[in-house]
Design a protein. Structure first.
Length: 134
């Protein structure tokens, strides 16, 4: 995502992953791959490692984002993280609701984004089945 504070973006996703008290293997893989693509500096890596041990509350992470498209992408990524283990826990749902509010995303838009992600994942799974990868 261009024009966004990468560290706070990752901190937000880590907070989402830890909202149910643990990072699942699937969430860890997703976050690790994303962190790798961010090309972080050493001090930024230290901040991220610390957040895995001491996560910040989503509402305490400042994201100075006003572009609605970027807000929607941030919400989409947070939903991907929450759904990585294929279960949206109650604590994750609360975090998603808080995040959508902070990003000024309507409930209808949040549900639309979630439906798109679920459809996308279903199509990808079917594609992998078709070519016998799962």
């Amino acid at each position: 995502i261009e024009n966004i504070d990468k560290v706070n973006f990752l901190r937000l996703l880590i907070s989402m992953a830890l909202s149910d008290g643990k990072v699942s293997e699937e969430e860890n893989i997703y976050l690790s791959q994303l962190i790798e693509t961010m090309h972080l500096k050493n001090e930024e890596h230290s901040i991220i490692r610390d957040d895995f041990k001491n996560p910040k509350k989503i509402e305490d992470i400042v994201l100075s984002v006003s572009d609605p498209i970027v807000c929607n992408v941030i919400y989409r990524e947070a939903f991907f993280v929450a759904l990585a283990d294929e279960i949206i826990e109650e604590s994750e749902r609360k975090q998603l609701n808080t995040l959508s509010s902070l990003l000024r995303i309507s409930q209808a838009k949040a549900l639309e984004i979630e439906a798109w992600v679920l459809n996308y994942l279903a199509v990808m799974k079917k594609g992998f089945e078709v070519i016998n990868l799962i």
